[in-house]
Design a protein around this ligand. Structure first.
Ligand code: GLY
Ligand code: MN
Ligand code: MN
Length: 462
């Protein structure tokens, strides 16, 4: 946990943005896996963590914007809990660690909220993503689950996003720690990727590293020889020499800050000439994007720059043709690069995605481009110092997409389908780094994971 001032200051900053009403931050509860006593690993809600810091189930944080008071509703544990879990601090002691003096039992929350609603006060709350939370919130506030989405506070969303989007030095230190764990996970993955190894042996080993060094992985590990499937969680194949293997994985620190890296390696340790050519295009796109990241630049323009680097490289080896600018404008590159260049990173791997991607990654000035491919760009807005984001271009040969577009004669002027068909079975390549926007430009978070052809091959040799 950070010091109590960090949480007090965050709530103070929020109070500076909203003048009236009551904000309710629902913490998460334990969630059963297959019977109620066998729960999933507990993960606290990230906005609750940001403002109230306590990493335990069953709590609700409340901020009264009119009188400036903060509350935590939570119950002290009883003797039964002590028998199973050992001695625990009181709720009063817990709350003091995050600078909150007003601690009330959960049973008082309903009366507290009902009283506020009856006196006509505005209840500010964020979108909820777990069934348990929606049910509990209905019981506390009387707002039926079906009606909850209509009454979400956009004012609160915008205020929370404006604070959480800018990472302070304590948060950056945490993300650096997550990056160090991620580095170890990826180097291990590279070293383990020998022909005959089962994908899940590597997936399991790197998940174990995340658990041993922090809280957990920041999302379920993506690791596959079939890297053309963007988020492939099937780890059932034996690695074959000469195939490419994509590993997209990151860690959460004990304080739940995330890292999110992707590397692509040749099984057996040596890239073929064909693989090197595509790999180098993706690496160029990644490097050019990093060079362009600076305050005042829109990430939408950096995404389009990466798309141009990809289209230029694919044209050079005969997979694309025609005018590159026109091809990117039309969206032809998206057959190879069908996703966005990146997203915000913080307490969530896709930071604050539950609050609404458009509030986090876009604003009044920059709105989402609806074209296939670029429509998946989660972050488009003008960059500011303190943003932490991912840079993750890729090139994929997705048989179903190639077939479909070819049949539709889509972008015949920009795509050389005959040549593209020679790459069916190639797989996919993605290279993902984590970047901090600074006052003058940007810097990489953590020591860069081996990324050049030479670095990767050397790492795999050892
Ligand atoms: N790990 C999912 C992503 O890279 O966005
Ligand atoms: Mn990733
Ligand atoms: Mn990512």
């Amino acid at each position: 946990m950070f010091t109590s001032e960090v949480y007090t200051n965050r709530r103070k900053a929020l109070k500076g943005l909203i003048n009236s009403g009551i904000a309710v931050f629902m913490g998460n509860v334990d969630s059963p896996m297959n019977y109620s006593g066998n729960t999933l690993h507990f993960r606290q809600d990230s906005s609750f963590l940001y403002f109230f810091g306590l990493d335990m189930p069953g709590l609700t944080g409340v901020i009264d914007f009119n009188d400036g008071k903060d509350y935590i509703f939570g119950d002290d544990i009883d003797i039964e809990d002590i028998i199973w879990m050992g001695p625990q601090p009181s709720m009063k002691e817990n709350a003091a660690q995050v600078g909150v003096e007003n601690v009330l039992p959960v049973k008082e929350l309903t009366g507290f909220l009902q009283k506020a609603l009856q006196s006509g006060r505005k209840l500010h709350y964020l979108p909820m993503y777990r069934g348990e939370t929606k049910i509990l919130f209905e019981s506390f506030s009387g707002i039926r689950i079906a009606d909850q989405p209509d009454k979400i506070s956009v004012e609160l969303i915008k205020a929370v996003v404006s604070l959480r989007n800018i990472k302070d030095k304590f948060e950056i230190e945490e993300i650096e720690k997550a990056a160090a764990i991620g580095h170890l996970m990826h180097v291990t993955s590279m070293k383990m990727a020998k022909p005959g190894v089962l994908e899940r042996e590597i997936a399991g080993a790197i998940e174990g590293i995340a658990l041993a060094h922090g809280a957990m992985t920041s999302f379920p590990v993506i690791l596959s020889q079939n890297g053309e499937t963007l988020h492939n969680h099937d780890h059932s194949q034996y690695l074959q020499k000469g195939r490419l293997m994509v590993t997209d994985a990151g860690a959460e620190t004990m304080m739940h800050y995330a890292s999110d890296f992707t590397r692509t390696i040749p099984v057996g340790g040596k890239f073929s000439q064909k693989q090197k050519e595509i790999y180098q295009i993706v690496l160029n796109a990644n490097n050019e994007a990093t060079k362009a990241i600076a305050p005042g630049v829109t990430y939408q323009s950096v995404h389009l720059l990466a798309a141009k680097v990809i289209a230029t490289g694919l044209k050079e080896i005969g997979l694309m043709q025609g005018d590159v600018d026109e091809a990117v404008k039309a969206g032809a590159h998206a057959m190879f690069f069908p996703h966005g260049l990146g997203h915000m990173l913080g307490l969530d791997v896709h930071d604050m995605e539950n609050l609404g991607e458009n509030y986090v990654g876009y604003d009044e000035e920059v709105s989402r481009i609806q074209q296939f491919g670029t429509a998946y760009l989660r972050l488009g807005r003008r960059l500011q110092p303190g943003f932490v984001l991912t840079n993750e271009p890729g090139i994929y040969f997705i048989p179903a997409l190639i077939d479909l577009w070819k049949k539709e004669n889509k972008f015949n002027e920009f795509i050389n389908y005959n040549k593209v068909e020679e790459y069916i079975g190639f797989g996919g390549i993605r290279l993902e780094d984590n970047i901090l926007v600074t006052e003058t430009g940007c810097r990489m978070i953590g020591q860069r994971i081996p990324v050049t052809v030479e670095e990767v091959e050397k790492t795999m040799e050892a």
